[in-house]
Design a protein around this ligand. Structure first.
Ligand SMILES: Nc1nc2c([nH]c(=O)n2[C@H]2C[C@H](O)[C@@H](COP(=O)(O)OP(=O)(O)OP(=O)(O)O)O2)c(=O)[nH]1
Ligand SMILES: [Mg+2]
Length: 145
């Protein structure tokens, strides 16, 4: 496909939402995915753990906090390697989502917010329906891992 498609340029005027996410990679090269619970937007889709950056937070601080809240694991900013980002226009906002890679943490990820968890090999991630913003990220992870 030709990249020069004028319709692919998002319209101005939507708020930009900053969300941080992480590919937690285990010793076998598998990546942790979490299924968005019922009642949330994009419910049922599989995502990288993470969430919104709150006012006054750095992206790394927000991600360490989200991993503690959602999965009960501890990591540190220095264990978060910037990898790539998603920039995707949803109906009511534009998502800007840095994706980090993390291989070092303490504890075992547990589903503390009622979400399902799965360790997926990059080549198997096609079996996990993900939000549209995540598709290019999965392709890049396949190349990395
Ligand atoms: N964490 C995460 N969010 C994603 C991914 N892909 C994607 O489009 N999103 C979108 C879905 C949501 O619109 C937004 C994340 O917002 P959220 O509501 O889950 O944030 P949060 O964890 O802070 O949750 P909450 O406390 O506000 O309920 O980013 C992804 O891979 N991981
Ligand atoms: Mg979240």
């Amino acid at each position: 496909m030709n990249c020069f498609d004028p319709n692919s340029t998002p319209e101005p005027g939507k708020p930009v939402l900053l969300v941080v996410a992480v590919a937690l990679v285990d010793v076998d090269g598998r990546v942790l995915l979490a299924q968005r619970p019922e009642g949330k937007s994009l419910a049922g889709l599989w995502e990288f753990p993470g969430g919104k950056v709150h006012e006054g937070e750095s992206p790394e601080y927000a991600l360490v906090r989200e991993l503690r809240e959602e999965l009960g694991i501890e990591t540190a900013g220095s264990c978060l390697a910037p990898f790539t980002f998603a920039s995707h226009s949803y109906e009511s906002f534009h998502l800007l989502m840095p994706l980090y890679v993390c291989r070092v943490w303490e504890g075992t990820p547990r589903p503390l917010e009622g979400q399902k968890l799965a360790w997926a090999r990059p080549n198997d991630m096609g079996q996990y329906p993900m939000p549209p913003a995540d598709k290019p990220l999965v392709a890049m992870l396949r190349d990395l891992l």
